[in-house]
Design a protein around this ligand. Structure first.
Ligand SMILES: Nc1nc2c(ncn2[C@@H]2O[C@H](COP(=O)(O)OP(=O)(O)OP(=O)(O)O)[C@@H](O)[C@H]2O)c(=O)[nH]1
Ligand SMILES: [Mg+2]
Length: 457
């Protein structure tokens, strides 16, 4: 099916770059143990090839007669390994030099540098995990909050795979039913078949729809909500960012036009990752630097999933404020009126706006913002603890494709068209669902999916 070279032995640094207690060089493939043996010198003269699987050994990595580092080496023999191939992991001291020197030695002895995600890709190609599980691995690595991680772990456990598999099996049963009816018409009353298929198809549609309904929440947990704080200068945008972070991250002064460069940070709102971006206050300006900042604010506002539009309650509404209301009209927006601790002059009546009144100075109203966000993104509606969430556009698109084919089946039945059409559409739905688990997917798409991974995974 897939033309992938699984015969060579691959190696990579599996730990993050930087200093740390340990660093790990991982080797996978037929020659993994032999290569490690050619570099490993144990105090007791042990040969790794003679050791039991899943054991760990102390010694040095020696190249050209010189010790590169003192190490612990784990030997894991196929098939009970991450890739289902022989794996050796060399634990070196953390830090760039030690791991790189060990990796270089391993490469010189015949391993090839692994591509990003290649270990996991082998786990997939060797049938240990399916594509939803491989994608869950990336999502766990990139998880922004514990909730994000929990939903990914549920997928790694195979919960999404199981649901997809169940729907696919029900479709397969219907296909068999139809085949039998065609082959032995005397044994089956045709109208019976239609009724059974219609019922089965509607059930499958309901299950597909249930998964589709989780996609928005799934995406939020995976990617976060891109949130832009927008407003004219001096209303308190940077102060709000600092309040969210509970630290002095952005510069705050009483001079309008303080923020020029955007400041972006991640906060956790009840498990929802919020990528929060502080922007330059929007106004007409001749200052070249500020002008660039204002342009950036505008384009960020366009891309945002959520805008926190901030006004200064102690000032009357200005033309800039009105312009901002226009600019954000088609966007998910929460209007914040800040500086509630001062005498209020802003009048929003008759504008159809229901603001949250806050005072960043007195940390009043911040929790209301959090509650509003949770309400707006309806995250509470889906029980994330035990349901499986769809987190990728790719999976959502396949589900819609399957749904369309299943709808065609119903249409065929309602119009009493020939069974061939039913078989065709059921097969299409079966294949669309198979794209999610990776059973019916083109090689180049699979390559693209794994290229999202980091090195050494
Ligand atoms: N009284 C009062 N002052 C506030 C409040 N929030 C912020 N400020 C003050 O308002 C001024 C401007 O705050 P910033 O956070 O720098 O405003 P900004 O919107 O980021 O301004 P630019 O970066 O210029 O666009 C500072 O002097 C803050 O201390 C508040 O709730 N009440
Ligand atoms: Mg600012």
């Amino acid at each position: 099916m897939l033309k992938v070279n699984l015969s060579d032995t691959i190696a990579a640094i599996s730990t993050a770059t930087g200093s740390g207690g340990i660093g790990i060089v991982r080797i996978s493939g037929d020659e993994a143990i032999e290569i490690a043996d050619s570099l490993f010198v144990s105090a007791k003269g042990k040969r790794l090839a003679e050791q039991k699987s899943h054991t760990i050994h102390y010694g040095n990595i020696v190249y050209d007669g010189r010790a590169i580092d003192e190490v612990l080496v784990s030997v894991m023999k196929a098939p009970n390994t991450y890739t289902r191939e022989d794996i050796v992991e060399i634990n070196t001291h953390g830090g760039y030099r030690a791991v790189t020197a060990v990796l270089n030695a391993v490469i010189k002895r015949g391993a090839r540098v692994a591509e990003p995600g290649e270990f996991t890709k082998r786990a997939f190609l060797n049938g240990r995990i399916d594509l939803t599980q491989a994608e869950a691995v990336i999502d766990i690595i990139n998880a922004k909050t514990d909730k994000s991680r929990e939903t990914a772990v549920a997928r790694l456990e195979g919960r999404l795979s199981a649901e997809i598999k169940q729907i696919r099996e029900s479709i397969l049963t219907m296909l068999a039913h139809i085949e039998a009816a065609v082959a032995y018409p005397e044994h089956d009353d045709e109208t019976m078949t239609y009724a059974a298929v219609e019922k089965g198809t509607r059930e499958a549609m309901a299950n597909v729809n249930k998964l589709i309904a989780t996609a928005d929440t799934g995406k939020i947990y995976r990617d976060g909500i891109k949130t832009v704080i927008l407003g004219k200068p001096n209303v308190g945008k940077s102060s709000l960012l600092n309040a969210f972070l509970e630290e002095d991250r952005a510069i705050v002064t009483d001079i309008p036009g303080t923020t020029r460069d955007i400041v972006s940070e991640l906060i956790n709102v009840g498990g929802i990752p919020l990528n929060i971006i502080d922007t330059a206050g929007i106004r007409e300006t001749d200052n070249i630097i500020e002008k660039i900042g204002v342009e950036k604010s505008r384009s960020l506002a366009e891309e945002a999933d959520l805008i926190l539009l901030m006004f200064d309650g102690s000032r009357e509404m200005s033309a800039e404020d009105r312009e901002l209301i226009e600019l954000t009209r088609d966007k998910k927006t929460i209007v914040l009126v800040n500086k509630l601790d001062l005498e209020q002059k802003l009048d929003l009546r008759g504008m159809g706006i229901e603001p949250i009144n806050i005072s960043v100075r007195n940390t009043m109203g911040i929790n209301e913002i959090y509650d509003k966000i949770k309400e707006m993104f309806a995250v509470g509606d889906i029980e994330t603890d035990d349901s499986v969430l769809i987190s990728r556009e790719r999976n959502k698109a396949s589900l819609y494709k399957a749904l369309q084919s299943l709808e065609n089946v119903i249409e065929t039945i309602e119009n009493t068209m020939p069974e061939d059409f039913i078989s065709m559409d059921l097969t299409a739905a079966y294949e669309a669902l198979g794209e999610i688990t990776g059973e019916t997917l083109e090689e180049d798409i699979i390559d693209k999916i794994f290229s999202e991974f980091c090195l050494g995974k």
